[in-house]
Ligand binder design. Structure first.
Ligand code: 6PG
Length: 244
């Protein structure tokens, strides 16, 4: 794993930098393998990044979009990560619906929908049982409690080692999420973290020693590249630059 940490002056600069990095990684994946698989983060931080990507002139037919986690709500629910990314980005570019792979949330059974999404991904990546698909890019945020995707502190999903997609939960509400082994199989994981409210957890995530069950973002160590793009409010106490 190669780790890179950059602290940017403010959120706008963070978004500009993340857009440039995502475009670079998309183009490099397409140059190497003819297409790019990207899994999106939810929450609020990446929304301006998605809006910026909507302004890019990219080979949309060679880009396949997934979600790293989803709230267990209908696709048109205001909390839906799918809805946010479609409104900010995907509805504004010429990308075929067959290139967009949302997490299903409508069988009334999160376990079934998680299994369905795993089947979709395994078919598209043609990996055998026991192997994990290798995404080109996985975007992640981090909550002020140190969670990422829907891997919340002290929840059973943190210990999942065989499924690629599983059911997480936030305060008892089900969510569907990439698991740690799937995230760690990625070629490039890119965290976008902004805001002073993330500072304390970031310190714990970056500490040499720490409890990954309490700060699940510590569990993310992909085989490829790990990028942390922080704004100054979030990364005030993080020594940079780190690239190792
Ligand atoms: C979600 C996200 C979640 C998010 C963090 C940070 O579904 O909400 O996947 O992991 O990335 O909670 O959220 P903010 O970007 O809103 O701070």
């Amino acid at each position: 794993m190669k780790k890179f940490v950059e602290v940017l002056a403010d959120k706008a600069t963070l978004i500009e930098r993340s857009q440039a990095l995502v475009v670079e990684k998309i183009q490099s994946a397409i140059a190497s393998r003819g297409q790019c698989s990207i899994a999106l983060a939810g929450g609020s931080t990446p929304k301006p990044l998605y809006a910026a990507l909507a302004q890019q002139n990219l080979p949309w037919d060679k880009i396949h979009v997934f979600w790293g986690d989803e709230r267990y709500v209908a696709p048109n629910h205001p909390d839906s990560n799918q809805l946010m990314a479609r409104q900010a980005w995907l509805d504004r570019v010429e990308i075929a619906e067959t290139n967009i792979h949302p997490i299903p949330t409508e069988s009334n059974n999160p376990e079934i929908d998680a299994e369905r999404y795993e089947e979709v991904i395994r078919k598209l990546f043609t990996v055998s049982p026991g192997e994990f698909p290798t995404f080109d890019i996985i975007l992640l945020g981090m909550g002020d409690d140190g969670h990422t995707a829907s891997l919340f502190p002290h929840t059973p999903v943190l210990n999942e080692t065989t499924k690629a997609i599983a059911v997480g939960n936030k305060d008892g509400q089900p969510r569907i999420t990439f698991t740690v082994p799937l995230l760690n199989q990625a070629r490039c994981v890119l965290f976008l973290v902004a805001g002073a409210n993330k500072q304390a957890s970031l310190e714990q995530v970056f500490a040499a020693q720490g409890d990954a069950m309490t700060y699940p973002s510590r569990l993310i160590n992909p085989q490829g590249e790990l990028w942390w793009l922080l704004d100054r409010d979030a990364g005030a106490k993080i020594d940079t630059p780190i690239s190792c």
